[in-house]
Design a protein around this ligand. Structure first.
Ligand code: ADP
Length: 347
């Protein structure tokens, strides 16, 4: 089955093409259409461009959708009800769900005879225990506004946990795993017997680990304090916490790990940024070991997790118990999306 996977952002669409059969997975092609809104007028033209490139022999399409709210616990065949639900969750993911919808709607028009499948970043976390996803704020805000931890990067954590089970030669449902996705965005997930039981990203991707440009965990009282001191509004503070904080904010140099590692010995702020980054991950690993009563393997993925054995070693130093494996596994969210699309489309 030839499967096209589409991953849409506000100004770009990434695609990958696979040939999936029972017992065989073949990668065929990939590409990126950038500068939508400038070089290419809209998502509509971008989809036309991609379909012209990959040819008409597509049997199914898998779409990455960031937010499935509290509704989707797994990937689903897209119909009008699913479209409506993704629209409803725009409120929770104003930057991410709209471009996915544009892409889904246009590609469903052009490839109307093939199944389209939505694979949600949040679905892996749907069944976390209440105590992990509830915030200790008045209950009514959960009821009125669905404020809870949703978690993101779920497709990546699911992919590497499956792969880790193969490497460890044990069934996933007998393993306690901690998966660290360390890219520009960073998140960490506790996976017990194949199910995510806690994760570091929250109501939005801002919570949790120190990231390239996001602060991760901090005292929310800093927000009004900064508003007053800097004479800025709440949107400006949120912009600072999302785009000007994290490794970039503390180092005052860059969010690029390669450059930070080079400068670490010469620059105090760079050293501090890396120390906070590593310390925060260590704390989460320790807490996830505590809630799972141990851990069989800690897995590292994403641009930082896949390429920096030195950083991985520093994170794990002193934390890892005797029988815990440490694995570095390249993620492949698109392959996971293609697998789900295959399973749903073949039935
Ligand atoms: P995104 O979250 O945007 O997909 P990536 O997963 O590509 O990001 O990760 C980006 C981070 O990975 C950057 O900090 C980058 O410096 C780091 N990175 C990528 N390749 C390497 C490498 N070969 N060695 C060290 N760090 C790398």
């Amino acid at each position: 089955m030839i499967i096209l996977v589409l991953n849409s952002g506000s100004s770009s669409i990434k695609y990958k093409l696979f040939d999936i059969k029972e017992g065989s997975e073949k990668f065929l092609d990939k590409g990126l259409v950038e500068r939508i809104g400038e070089k290419i007028p809209s998502h509509k033209e971008a989809i036309h461009f991609i379909l012209d490139k990959v040819g008409s022999q597509i049997d199914a399409v898998g779409h990455r959708v960031v937010h499935g709210g509290d509704r989707f616990s797994k990937s689903v065949l897209i119909d009008n009800n699913v479209i409506k639900a993704i629209e409803d969750f725009i409120e929770l993911a104003p930057l991410h769900n709209p471009p996915s919808l544009l892409t889904i709607n246009e590609s469903r028009k052009l490839l109307s005879r093939v199944p389209h499948v939505a694979v949600f970043d949040t679905a892996f976390y749907h069944d976390m225990p209440e105590c992990a996803y509830f915030y200790a704020i008045p209950y009514k805000f959960y009821e009125k506004y669905k404020i809870r931890k949703y978690g993101f990067h779920g497709t990546s954590h699911r992919y590497v946990s499956n792969h880790a089970a193969c490497v460890l030669k044990k069934p996933l449902n007998e393993l306690k795993l901690i998966t660290c996705h360390l890219g520009n965005g960073c998140s960490i997930t506790a996976i017990k017997n194949g199910k995510a039981i806690d994760t570091s990203m929250g109501f939005t991707p801002l919570e949790g680990l120190v990231m390239g440009t996001r602060s991760g965990d901090m005292d929310p009282a800093i927000i009004p304090y900064l508003m007053e001191k800097e004479n800025i509004d709440v949107n400006q503070v949120i912009e600072i916490l999302n785009k000007k904080s994290g490794l970039l904010g503390v180092s005052e140099l860059t969010n690029d790990m390669r450059e930070l590692i080079k400068e670490r010995g010469n620059n105090k702020k760079v050293k501090l940024a890396l120390d906070i980054f590593i310390y925060r991950i260590k704390k989460y690993i320790g807490s996830y070991m505590a809630i799972m009563s141990g851990c069989d393997a800690v897995i590292f993925t994403g641009g930082i997790g896949e390429n920096n054995p030195g950083i991985v070693e520093e994170i794990c130093k002193g934390v890892i118990l005797k029988d815990t494996s440490i694995l570095m596994i390249p993620t492949d969210e698109e392959l996971m999306i293609a697998r789900d699309t295959y399973c749903i489309s073949k039935t």
